[in-house]
Design a protein around this ligand. Structure first.
Ligand code: CTP
Length: 420
């Protein structure tokens, strides 16, 4: 857990700073935000205050109701100078988005607002994530300012290339993705000692397979990949080396610490997972694998309907049961976790049966009769079934559910070591 001081300067990309705060707080970090007055034109302080659970400051002269303390810490008895106390308590100062103007001021040591004064007062590592129009980013003045900051030891998270805020504009200048910024922050923050998954290799499958009918149609399912991606991110944070075999997950941010292998069908998922399974210590099989595929897929053409045709019969063939296949090939020292999406009553009994049938150490049961959790949702509520019993995990954001699942994995591995 780190105390992250986030400085938000003015620019369209300020909205991405909200997502950064969400990701950081969910990962267990305490976040305080200072904003430049210009940034309030893009995102108001109420949004940051709601997400951090702490007051947001804009002015060096405004009193800090939290007296410089981070969420979770007790405030001091005296009333300190807000910018001095806040930066003194921070483990890292992140300026994201950093506008060209703010970068210029930071490079030259100006202190004309709270964000820049805090930067001068900060003794912790400084991370600058620029965002601006491509011409401003490429201007020699900005280049020189960035180099000056870098030369003084600031970490610069280079902006990405792509569509920019103004219509039709394209080039370098997009703020790095929030997940990337968080990974850069976590690199700068002093490690808290060994993580519970240090030295372990974790293989995660995520998303849902698609089995082609013809060149444009497929049989698929509603799995978004969120649960698998959350497991991967949390496992990486806990020290593991993580690979995700991702089935059709196009829209989720990717964690720079994680290796991704993209696949589409159950057959491809089996090949990709099998190639990495023997070297893995933990398998988290969160992907929703389609059980039946069209037996005679015509991927070279688009099937045409005939005049007067009212129905169509599709012959289906079983796909491989990947978890059962890998379960049969498992070696000592591996921990296997399966997932079961079940409807309402009897969900737990199915979970228990699958634990035995698939030869795994835990099954995470998820009741898909509920509409407020699971598919496409950012939250989940599960019961983790192991040979020893059941662990209910109340409704929570998927990264928190992921943490609970990984805690069970750590517990199972500790028991396995203690067994004679
Ligand atoms: N699984 C798999 N290969 C398949 C089907 C499922 O590896 N062909 C894995 C899933 O990734 C998940 C677990 O097995 O971890 C789910 O088991 P299962 O109940 O067989 O999947 P469903 O098809 O959802 O369930 P049902 O048997 O009820 O149809």
């Amino acid at each position: 857990m780190a105390r992250i001081l986030l400085g938000v300067s003015g620019g369209i990309a300020a909205y991405k700073a909200l997502e950064l705060v969400r990701l950081a707080t969910r990962a267990g970090h305490a976040v305080r935000v200072v904003q430049t007055p210009a940034s309030e034109r893009f995102v108001g302080r109420a949004s940051f205050a709601a997400l951090t659970g702490a007051p947001v400051l804009l002015d060096e002269f405004e009193p800090d109701p939290a007296r410089g303390a981070f969420p979770g810490d007790p405030p001091p008895a005296h009333d300190p100078l807000s910018h001095l106390e806040l930066v003194a308590n921070a483990d890292v100062y992140v300026v994201a988005p950093a506008s060209a103007n703010t970068i210029g001021k930071l490079a030259h040591g100006l202190a004309d607002n709270l964000l820049t004064s805090a930067a001068l007062a900060a003794t912790c590592p400084l991370l600058v994530a620029p965002a601006m129009n491509n011409h401003m980013w490429e201007h020699p003045a900005t280049r020189a300012n960035v180099e000056a900051l870098r030369a003084r030891g600031a970490a610069i998270l280079a902006p990405g290339t792509g569509a920019l805020a103004s219509k039709g504009e394209h080039g370098a200048g997009r703020l790095a993705e929030p997940a990337e910024i968080l990974a850069a922050i976590e690199k700068l923050v002093p490690a808290e000692g060994p993580g519970p998954l240090d030295g372990l290799t974790v293989l995660v499958t995520a998303g849902g397979t698609r089995e082609p009918i013809d060149s444009v149609r497929y049989i698929g399912n509603r799995s978004s990949g969120r649960m698998g991606f959350a497991l991967a991110g949390v496992a990486a944070r806990l020290g593991a080396q993580v690979t995700v075999v991702a089935a059709n997950v196009a829209d989720l941010p990717r964690d720079p610490r994680v290796t991704y292998v993209d696949v589409q069908t159950a057959g491809e998922l089996l090949d990709a997972a099998r190639a990495r399974f023997a070297a893995s210590d933990v398998l988290l099989m969160a992907a929703a694998v389609v059980d039946f595929r069209p037996a005679d897929a015509r991927t070279d053409t688009k099937l045409k309907k005939q005049d007067g045709q009212d129905d169509m019969t599709l012959a289906l063939a079983r796909t491989p049961d990947i978890l059962a296949t890998l379960g049969a090939e498992r070696r000592d020292g591996q921990t296997l976790v399966g997932f079961a999406a079940e409807h309402g009553d009897g969900a737990l009994a199915y979970g228990r049966a699958k634990l035995r049938a698939k030869g795994v150490d835990a099954i995470v049961v998820n009741d898909i009769a509920r509409t407020d959790i699971g598919f496409d949702s950012a939250a989940n509520e599960v019961t983790i079934v192991t040979a020893a019993g059941e662990t209910p995990v109340p409704r929570a954001p998927k990264p928190e559910v992921a943490r609970a699942i990984l805690d069970v994995v750590v517990g199972l591995r500790a028991q396995a070591v203690m067994r004679p």
